[in-house]
Design a protein around this ligand. Structure first.
Ligand code: FAD
Length: 468
C-alpha cells in the first residue's frame, strides 16, 4: 500500500464524534476523510444505541398507554395487540433514514467516507483494510481517533444469542421474554428493561451497588426507583452476579450479596448484561504513535491531543460517555485543528434517562455539593402542583434547583417527570451563561406547560414559590 492522497484530517470512526468532526471539517474547508468499518455511518448511537432504543421506548410507551391510559381518557379501541415484527421494522426504517442522512451530509460537505477498518501505521499515516481484505494507506496531517466504545462483558457470564445479550441483542429480541433479568441498574439497563416490561416481560434488575443509576442525585434516584417499582419492575440491589448457566429453558444466574453471604439462584429466560461500556481501541495501532491509555483503557489526552498530529474525541476518551458530549468534542477538536479555539465544559453535559417518567439533570447533585462542602440553597417543585401535569394525569416527579448560597449562581438542576429531557435545555443555557436561580425565576415561562415547574422551583430557592 502506498500513500494515496494527503488529507488535512483523517477521522477513524463514524459515530457522533467522528461524523460531526468530519462534517465540521468539511464546513471549514479542510480536506477530510472518515474511516468507518460498519456498513452504515452513525456509530453506536444511530445503529445500536440512542436511536433504536428511543424508537422502542416511544413505541412501547404508546402500547402501554393504549392498554392502561386510553380507557380513562375515554378512548375505547379494544385490547391492543402487539406486533413485535412491525415495531422492530419501523425502528429499522427510522435508523436507516438517519444513517442515510449522515451519508448525505458527508456528500454535501465534501467529506469522503472510506469504508474499512482503520489502523494508525505511524505519524500521519492511516492504513485502511476494506471488507474484502484490500488495504490502502492514507496520508493525514491530523488523525482524529473517534472509535467509541463497546459493552463491558461480565466475567462468568458468557453472551449467547437471544439468551444472554448485551444492549445490541436487547434491541432486537425475536420475542418478548417472560422473565428478563437485567444486570446493572444504569441508564441503558433501565431503558431497555422498561421497553420489555411495557411489552409484557417480568423484569428484575440486579445491581451491585445499593442504589440505582449512580451519578444521579440520590434523592431523585430514590423517587425514580419507587416509580419504576410501581410500574412492576423489581430490584435486587447490593447483589453481585458471579455466574450464569444457560440451557434451552433459560438462564440460571448465581447471585451473591455484594457484602458477602449465601449465594442464590435467579432464573430468567433472557439476561441483559448492562454493566457499562469500555473504550474500543482494538487493532488501532496506538503504539505506533505513542498514545497512552489509562487503567480503564481510556485514551489520555491534553485538550483532545494525544500525540503530535493525533487527537481523540468521544466515548474512547474522558468525560461522560454520551452522544452529545462526543458531538461537542468533535466541533472543538476540528476548530483547534483549524487554528481556532475549541473547548468543552464537561461539568455542563446534561444526562437524560428516557424512561417514563424521564429523568434529566445538569450540573452538580446534592450529594456532590455536600461532599465538596459547598454552601447551597435548594428549591423544589412537585408536578402535582403543575397545572399541565395535572390536566395530562402525569403528576409524578419534581424539579429541584440547586444554587450557591452566597451568589445564587445555579449549580445543578434535576428533573424527574415526563419530557424532563426536553426541559433540561433551559437549565443548560442558563448555567452556561453563569445564570442565577433568580434569573430563571424572573423569566416569563409559557402557561400551561411543565416548564413552569422549573421556574417555580427556581423561585423556591428564595422561598417565593407561588403555586405549591
Ligand atoms: P461510537 O458511536 O461508538 O462510534 C464509533 C465508531 O467507530 C463505530 O461505528 C465503530 O464501528 C467505528 N470504529 C471503531 N474502530 C474502528 C476502526 N479501527 N476503523 C474504522 N471504524 C472503527 N447517548 C446519548 O447521549 N443519549 C442516549 O440516549 C444514548 N442511548 C444509548 C443507548 C444504548 C443502548 C447505547 C449502547 C448507548 C447509548 N448512548 C446514548 C451512548 C452513545 O451511543 C455514545 O455515547 C456515542 O455513540 C459515542 O459516540 P462516539 O462517536 O464516541 O463512538
Amino acid at each position: 500500500a502506498s500513500p494515496s492522497a494527503a488529507y488535512d484530517v483523517v477521522i477513524i470512526g463514524g459515530g457522533p464524534g467522528g461524523y460531526n468532526a468530519a462534517i465540521r471539517a468539511g464546513q471549514l474547508g479542510l480536506k477530510a476523510a472518515c474511516v468507518e468499518m460498519r456498513e452504515t455511518l452513525g456509530g453506536t448511537c444511530l445503529n445500536v444505541g440512542c436511536m433504536p432504543s428511543k424508537a422502542l421506548l416511544h413505541a412501547s410507551e404508546l402500547y402501554e398507554a393504549a392498554i392502561k391510559e386510553f380507557p380513562t381518557l375515554g378512548i375505547e379501541i379494544g385490547a391492543p395487540k402487539l406486533n413485535l415484527g412491525q415495531m422492530m421494522s419501523q425502528k429499522a426504517d427510522s435508523v436507516g433514514a438517519l444513517t442515510k442522512g449522515i451519508e448525505f451530509l458527508f456528500k454535501k460537505n465534501k467529506v469522503e467516507w472510506i469504508k474499512g477498518r482503520g489502523r494508525i501505521a505511524g505519524p500521519g499515516q492511516v492504513e485502511v483494510t476494506a471488507a474484502d481484505g484490500a488495504t490502502s494507506m492514507l496520508a493525514a496531517k491530523n488523525i482524529v481517533i473517534a472509535t467509541g466504545s463497546e459493552p463491558t462483558p461480565l466475567p462468568g457470564v458468557t453472551f449467547e444469542a437471544d439468551r444472554v445479550v448485551d444492549s445490541t441483542g436487547a434491541l432486537s429480541l425475536p420475542a418478548v421474554p417472560k422473565q428478563l433479568i437485567v444486570i446493572g441498574a444504569g441508564i441503558i439497563g433501565l431503558e431497555l428493561g422498561s421497553v420489555w416490561r411495557r411489552l409484557g416481560a417480568q423484569v428484575t434488575v440486579v445491581e451491585y451497588l445499593d442504589r440505582i443509576t449512580p451519578g444521579m442525585d440520590s434523592e431523585v434516584a430514590k423517587t425514580f426507583q419507587r416509580a419504576l417499582t410501581k410500574q412492576g419492575m423489581s430490584f435486587k440491589l447490593g447483589a453481585k452476579v458471579t455466574g450464569a448457566k444457560t440451557s434451552k429453558d433459560g438462564v440460571e444466574l448465581t447471585v451473591e450479596p455484594a457484602a458477602g453471604g449465601a449465594a442464590e439462584t435467579l432464573k430468567g429466560d433472557v439476561v441483559l448484561v448492562a454493566i457499562g461500556r469500555r473504550p474500543y481501541t482494538d487493532g488501532l495501532g496506538l503504539e505506533t504513535v505513542g498514545v497512552q491509555t489509562d487503567k480503564r483503557g481510556f485514551l489520555v489526552n491534553d485538550h483532545f491531543k494525544v500525540a503530535e498530529g493525533v487527537w481523540v474525541i468521544g466515548d474512547v476518551t474522558y468525560g461522560p460517555m454520551l452522544a452529545h458530549k462526543a458531538e461537542e468534542d468533535a466541533v472543538a477538536v476540528i476548530e483547534l485543528i483549524a487554528g481556532k479555539a475549541g473547548h468543552v465544559d464537561y461539568d455542563l453535559v446534561p444526562s437524560v434517562v428516557y424512561t417514563s417518567p424521564e429523568v434529566a439533570w445538569v450540573g452538580k447533585t446534592e450529594d456532590q455539593l455536600k461532599e465538596a462542602g459547598v454552601a447551597y440553597k435548594s428549591g423544589k417543585f412537585p408536578f402535582t402542583a403543575n397545572s399541565r401535569a395535572k390536566i395530562n394525569h402525569e403528576t409524578e416527579g419534581f424539579v429541584k434547583v440547586l444554587a450557591d448560597a452566597a451568589t445564587d449562581r445555579l449549580l445543578g438542576v434535576h428533573i424527574l417527570g415526563p419530557q424532563a429531557g426536553e426541559m433540561i435545555g433551559e437549565a443548560c443555557v442558563a448555567m452556561a451563561f453563569g445564570g442565577s436561580a433568580e434569573d430563571i425565576a424572573r423569566i416569563c415561562h409559557p402557561h400551561p406547560t411543565r416548564s413552569e415547574a422549573v421556574k417555580q422551583a427556581a423561585m423556591g430557592v428564595d422561598g417565593w414559590t407561588m403555586q405549591a
